[in-house]
Ligand binder design. Structure first.
Ligand code: COA
Length: 416
């Protein structure tokens, strides 16, 4: 079966993580993604955090699978010619350069639109156009701080904290992918391309909308009952860091299990759903709490929620995180072991579903990557190794109509 995005050609001017995560996903779903890189160097992640000398780093291979690689110096006249030809026959150009770099290269939106009115130009920037910080270059943690994630993450007595999840990078790439698919659908109807822009700050904030909800609740009532600061601690006029609190209508916390003294991940996340109070009491052997007015409603439990978590930790003392979840799942209690990356890498279910995929790379051999988190009934996503730098340069130039002789000259002049 052909893949849904087959026939869509994408000029992939992306680097580091935010842009590559977007184009990689489109490549998985069938788009022909041509990664354009500077001759000799390529995407900086090819050589960052290397674990094997001289071989593309995992940082690169895990974000650039299923793509083709074209080396091209777009600042030379010959390089600009090649890019012009590519633009004329492509559908999408994706970039996450620093502000203004594409314009300085001579490829403004107006010029690209003249070359190809159907072209979709998709960009990631740190801040949106017109923002007072629009000139700033941005990396992951900068975006997490600018998007409200850092000020609301961590513990009350600690500093603002960034998340390990790539909220600024890959998350922005996923937003951009939605934007590109929307623009492609629009082009099907109108025949016209358009500019699609996503900022890292906006994408982080989009995931922090519940914190903006909380700011407005705090402004109105002066406290937030689902935060650990309630009812014994103090609130200021800004949303505090809530530690591991559930955050929604159901309290939750990370609880110690057997072995926590030596294993940093011997914990489970435990959630107290209001309607699941009776099963929780049965599971932990505290049946007397089921009908006790001091415990039977969420409101009654609020001021002693950490004592309740303490009692559950007592119950967890002689159980590993996996044993605990095996008991709690029978009572329908939302919970999970805190999994380490090592446990995730070897998880049989994640391997079976393809979410953890083993991939072959020409120079590295086998390595693990994260496969498609989106599963389709009619599409089997196949993850291929990432391309070597310039691996497809000649093939792409031939497809653009360059002769062998011209290609050799371009190599000689170091244009490709
Ligand atoms: N041929 C010739 N020149 C090329 C080229 C090519 N194939 N590819 C890139 N370049 C040039 C650009 O034109 C630019 O030149 P200029 O500044 O002289 O105009 C230059 O390389 C550097 O680009 P830039 O993107 O600014 O790189 P940087 O290493 O200084 O900054 C970032 C890196 C990530 C901070 C910056 O790209 C950025 O802020 N991007 C937007 C937000 C983002 O995506 N952040 C990263 C998330 S993972």
């Amino acid at each position: 079966m052909s893949k849904p995005l087959e026939g869509i050609k994408i000029i992939d001017f992306t680097h580091v993580q935010a842009g590559p995560a977007c184009t990689q996903m489109l490549a998985w779903f069938g788009a022909d993604v041509i990664k354009v890189e500077r001759p000799g160097a390529g995407d900086v992640t090819r050589s960052q955090l290397r674990d094997i000398p001289g071989v593309d780093a995992l940082y690169f291979t895990m974000l650039n699978s299923n793509k083709r690689s074209l080396t091209l110096d777009t600042k030379t006249p010959e390089g600009k010619d090649i890019l012009t030809r590519l633009i004329k026959e492509s559908d999408v150009l994706v970039e996450n350069f620093g502000p203004g770099a594409l314009d300085r290269m001579g490829f403004t939106w107006e010029h690209i639109r003249e070359l190809n009115p159907g072209m979709i130009v998709a960009s990631v920037k740190g801040f949106s156009e017109g923002h007072h910080y629009e000139d700033l270059k941005v990396y992951e943690n900068v975006a997490q701080c600018a998007g409200g994630a850092a000020s609301t993450t961590g513990f009350d007595d600690g500093p603002p904290t960034v998340s390990a999840a790539a909220l600024g990078d890959s998350n922005t790439g996923m937003h951009l992918a939605i934007g590109i698919l929307t623009a492609l659908r629009s082009r099907d109807v109108t025949g016209r391309g358009q500019k699609v822009a996503v900022s890292m700050q906006d994408s982080v904030l989009n995931l922090c909308r519940v914190k903006l909800r909380d700011q407005q609740r705090l402004d109105r009532v002066g406290y937030l009952e689902e935060y650990p600061q309630y009812p014994h601690g103090k609130f200021s006029d800004v949303v505090p860091r809530g530690g591991n609190a559930g955050g929604g209508g159901q309290p939750g916390w990370v609880l110690k299990c057997k072995g926590w003294e030596t294993d940093p991940n011997a914990y489970i996340y435990f959630t107290i759903q209001g309607h699941a109070w009776a099963p929780i009491c049965r599971a932990i052997g505290k049946e007397e709490w089921i009908d006790d007015p001091a415990y039977m409603t969420a409101q009654a439990r609020q001021d002693k929620i950490f004592d309740i978590f303490g009692t559950i930790e007592e119950w967890l003392k002689d159980k590993t995180k996996f044993e605990a979840v095996d008991v709690l799942r029978k009572y329908d209690i939302p919970c999970s072991p805190v999994l380490s990356m090592k446990e995730i890498a070897n998880d049989p279910s994640l391997r079976a579903s393809g979410t953890i995929a083993e991939v072959e790379h020409k120079e590295r051999g086998k390595y693990l990557t994260v496969g498609s988190p989106i599963k389709f009934s009619d599409l089997k996503v196949e993850i291929k190794g990432s391309p070597l730098l310039g691996e497809h340069t000649d093939e792409i130039l031939e497809q653009l109509g360059y002769s062998q002789h011209q290609i050799a000259a371009l190599h000689e002049q170091r244009v490709v």
